[in-house]
Design a protein around this ligand. Structure first.
Ligand code: HEC
Length: 278
């Protein structure tokens, strides 16, 4: 607790944070995305935008080489196999929902559905697909849901994130996600932006903070700390708790909008999931 407070205080000392906060508050999604890229380009001129898919490791040559070594025999390989087995078991159902070309599924999500007025995430639709067909939903956060998601991600590697905003509803969902991202919350009055935009590349305790640009490319993630694979929204709950703010439910409208916002910011970056993180 004491340690966390120290982090909060030292991050709070960034004088420019409130001023530049306005930069990500643009109400035009395309401009917002461009501003974020310009911001990171100005802050870290030697880092290519495309490299943000590699998370916090881009900020440290040492950490990058350790991570690259870990990715050679990554601990998530078994989870991809498990995902494939689960997919094969219910292949007819999954193919009916997503098409039989497994390389074309991951890239469709997240997306906005104008009929339901909701963001659809890959994991949300995997479970919807199951329950619509009379199969049992997987538990959220980890296990089978993350394994099937990892299988789809793995087969889509190298394709680029391509989230579309084509309606007022989609734009509203993006803005709600963006608003959540920049709004301070919790006991320390921290926002996601304070850590992952304005302090990205700096240290918080022993961790280097990743940039929000690239947050969605590599999920689901196998974390050494968890010793298993987990989904993006499961990760959100962890960060929310660290902020001493009550986490929302995984696949709640709030987190789906946040995922939609984060994924839109990643447009054009390569899909490289599943990934390994400390
Ligand atoms: C006190 C600082 C802090 C705040 C505030 C914070 N996080 Fe984090 N977050 C971290 C740290 C530390 C990590 C682990 C290192 C890293 O990858 O950034 C992390 C990791 C993540 C990751 C995984 C990154 C990856 O490469 O796999 C995501 C996604 C994320 N945070 C999202 C959020 C969101 C969304 C919010 C707001 C609800 C938030 N964080 C608020 C500190 C913070």
């Amino acid at each position: 607790m004491k340690k966390l407070l120290l982090v909060a205080l030292s991050l709070g000392a960034t004088a420019t944070a409130t001023v530049s906060m306005a930069a990500t508050m643009n109400t035009d999604p395309e401009q917002s995305s461009q501003q974020l890229r310009d911001y990171f380009k100005a802050k870290y001129p030697t880092i290519n935008i495309a490299d943000y898919k590699n998370g916090a490791y881009i900020f440290s040559a040492d950490k990058m080489s350790q991570w690259e070594a870990a990715e050679e025999f990554p601990p998530y390989l078994d989870a991809i196999d498990a995902g494939e087995a689960l997919y094969e078991k219910d292949k007819a159902t999954f193919d009916k929902c997503f098409g039989s070309d497994i390389t074309k599924v991951r890239v469709k999500f997240p997306r906005f559905n104008d009929k339901t007025n909701q963001v659809e995430t890959l994991e949300g639709q995997i479970n919807k697909c199951r329950t619509d067909a009379g199969l049992k939903a997987y538990k959220w956060k980890k296990g089978p849901i993350a394994q099937v998601s990892a299988y789809y991600a793995y087969n889509a590697r190298g394709q680029k994130i391509n989230v579309k905003i084509n309606s007022e509803g989609a734009k509203k969902a993006f803005l709600a996600g963006q608003n959540f991202y920049v709004q301070p919350r919790g006991q320390f009055n921290l926002s996601c932006a304070k850590c992952h935009t304005y302090n990205a590349g700096r240290k918080a305790r022993s961790n280097i903070l990743s940039a929000n640009l690239g947050h969605t490319t590599h999920f689901p993630v196998y974390r050494a700390k968890w010793k298993h694979l987990g989904t993006l929204e499961y990760r959100y709950t962890g960060c929310n708790k660290n902020m001493r703010a009550k986490p929302f439910k995984v696949q709640s409208t709030t987190y789906k909008n946040l995922e939609f916002f984060e994924a839109y910011m990643d447009n054009g970056l390569e899909i490289n999931g599943p990934g390994y993180r400390e």
